[in-house]
Ligand binder design. Structure first.
Ligand code: C5P
Length: 288
């Protein structure tokens, strides 16, 4: 196989708790992560010549080794001990950048999976997960997919019951938040409320979307809202448009709301589109 197309699905954090800072500079975290249908598309092609080329539909993103899709191809070659002389990667972006939705990490995971498929599976699932860790903290989840509980840096993953059927509306405000800066800031911030992951998991087991939404919590949100009140405003608008719950994902700045009925979510999406440029609708991706 010399060509392959992979979808790269976005993630949302239903819960996110940041624990201690570790000696390696990263933080231990706990998070219930959900893969959603909003996706980029990655086209990979093995070329006859001996150069690597990356193209991207978003002119603002890097097209060299600074792009995680490129880095993933490098890490794949090392991990599988193969050389790929000529390679072209095209990244068709849909997932907003600097949103807390793991857009770059999803692209990287899709490159790992695509190259593994094209080269007839030199890496086992476990080896792929180890390669993913070397690229970024969210890349292992993007490979794992579905609904999962993430611990440690984000790479220790366990399967959870599926999120009850629902529709998700996402707004990406124009403000961008630096992930390292937010992690740094939280070190000197008193976290008063932490998520109750177990209560949310029990609600998923009961297929109770309202209670799932009620237990969503992200410890970064109060910090991000302090500097960017727009985040709180979007959340309030989603709740007044009938969302069962709404919150910022990851280190932001995207905010998502959950609706039980698709019709209500579509109606809310249309209202939000009158106020914001980047508004999306998505659905949970089920465990594979
Ligand atoms: O792993 P990744 O490159 O995506 O992380 C980006 C930045 O986010 C890290 O450089 C670090 O500052 C912060 N981070 C962290 N703890 C984590 C994940 C990310 O401190 N578990």
């Amino acid at each position: 196989m010399t060509e392959c197309t992979q979808y790269a699905y976005a993630k949302l954090n239903l819960t996110l708790d940041v624990l201690n800072k570790r000696p390696d500079g990263y933080h231990d975290l706990r998070s219930i992560m959900q893969q959603i249908s909003l996706h980029d598309t990655i086209c990979l092609r093995l070329e006859e010549d001996s150069t690597w080329k990356l193209t991207c539909s978003d002119a603002l993103l890097p097209v060299d080794s600074k792009n995680l899709a490129w880095k993933a191809a490098e890490v794949f070659c090392e991990a599988a001990d193969v050389s790929i002389p000529g390679l072209s990667i095209h990244v068709q972006k849909v997932i907003p950048s600097q949103a807390g939705m793991a857009g770059g990490s999803a692209d990287a995971a899709a490159v790992l999976m695509g190259l593994n498929r094209m080269l007839d599976f030199p890496l086992s699932s476990r080896q792929l997960l180890l390669a993913a860790q070397r690229i970024g903290s969210d890349v292992p989840f993007c490979l794992f997919g579905g609904t999962a509980f993430a611990q440690s840096r984000g790479e220790v993953l366990s399967r959870l019951p599926r999120l009850p059927h629902c529709s998700i509306v996402i707004v990406k405000p124009s403000v961008s938040i630096s992930t390292p800066a937010l992690f740094h800031l939280i070190d000197s911030f008193q976290i008063d409320v932490r998520p109750d992951h177990d209560a949310l998991i029990r609600a998923m087991e009961r297929d109770d979307v309202e209670t799932v939404a009620k237990y969503m919590h992200n410890v970064f949100e109060p910090l991000a809202q302090r500097d960017h009140p727009e985040i709180g405003l979007i959340k309030q608008q989603m709740l007044s448009l009938g969302a069962c719950g709404a919150q910022m994902t990851g280190s932001g700045s995207a905010v998502f709301g959950i609706w039980r009925e698709e019709e209500d979510a579509l109606c809310a999406m249309r209202t939000l589109q009158e106020r914001y440029e980047d508004v999306f609708i998505a659905y949970p991706i089920e465990n594979q």
